[in-house]
Design a protein around this ligand. Structure first.
Ligand SMILES: C[S@@+](CC[C@H](N)C(=O)[O-])C[C@H]1O[C@@H](n2cnc3c(N)ncnc32)[C@H](O)[C@@H]1O
Length: 251
């Protein structure tokens, strides 16, 4: 990307921010607009981080890679020995992967990502990011993807698995600010698909996956040997274990 294009994108984001801030301060704003603007506000926050970082450092599209392991969307779960990529610090590479991955073909042996993939739109960005992961992997390299287990939650709802549903409610939602409102088990299913729609701080969930849908999606971009994987404490976030689906696939 040329510095002029980066500056222009950053300026566009900043002018959008000004308008959104102005509307959100207006007490007469209809609630439906407020919810929509919350989403825009969050997208602006990540775009400011991404374009702002690019503008500051005036980087070109490719980053030098040190290490052969990449983590995408690790947030505060920073992994030593990995190149950590996220919108926000403390990542090593501040980047929005919906624009592709800023690394050359075959740069990594292993790509890890946990509770990130459900935060990008399906199918456009989801497929783009998977194609990019495929591209930056070496032949024979592997990807390990962890997502909230859509199939597990729907099954627990259908079979009324009280213990699992209570654990989901207590561990995932009880300490949220603003508080999460749950009036029945179906709201736990709703949160799986539409989480954080009305929360100004966290990115929304765009899509839910189960073993079959994620496996076939991986296959559609060229991966093979898709298989369910167990929780790997070398990389995975302890908090995610009980309700996550981990899938491994090979290039
Ligand atoms: C729910 S957090 C998960 C953090 C960590 N993987 C964990 O399991 O604790 C999702 C992370 O993905 C990052 N993220 C979401 N969309 C992204 C994008 N398009 N490009 C880069 N990072 C993104 C967010 O900034 C956030 O850190």
């Amino acid at each position: 990307m040329k510095p002029r294009e980066i500056r222009k994108s950053y300026q566009n984001v900043m002018s959008l921010k000004k308008s959104v801030d102005r509307f959100l301060k207006d007490p007469s704003l209809a609630p439906a607009f407020r919810i929509t603007l919350f989403q825009l506000e969050k997208d602006i926050k990540s775009a400011r981080s991404f374009w702002g970082d690019l503008e500051k450092k005036d980087r070109t599209r490719r980053f030098a890679v040190c290490g052969d392991k990449l983590q995408i969307g690790g947030g505060r779960h920073y992994l030593k020995g990995f190149v950590n990529l996220d919108f926000f610090p403390p990542a090593d590479v501040i980047w929005d992967c919906r624009y592709g991955l800023p690394f050359g073909k075959g740069s990594f042996k292993f790509v890890f990502s946990e509770h990130f993939f459900e935060h990008i739109d399906f199918p456009i960005s989801a497929k783009k990011v998977l194609r990019e992961i495929y591209r930056v992997l070496k032949p024979g390299g592997s990807v390990l993807l962890g997502v909230p287990d859509g199939g597990r939650v729907v099954k627990a709802y259908y079979k009324k698995e009280r213990q699992f549903l209570d654990q989901l409610r207590d561990r995932c939602y009880s300490s949220r600010r603003p508080p999460v409102e749950i009036y029945g088990d179906l709201d736990l299913v709703n949160y799986l698909f539409r989480d954080q729609l009305d929360n100004p701080h966290y990115a929304v969930h765009y899509w839910a996956y189960d073993e079959k849908s994620l496996g076939n999606l991986l296959r559609s971009v060229g991966f093979r040997n898709m298989r369910k994987s167990s929780f790997d404490k070398r990389y995975c976030n302890q908090e995610r274990e009980f309700y996550s689906l981990y899938m491994k696939a090979v290039k």
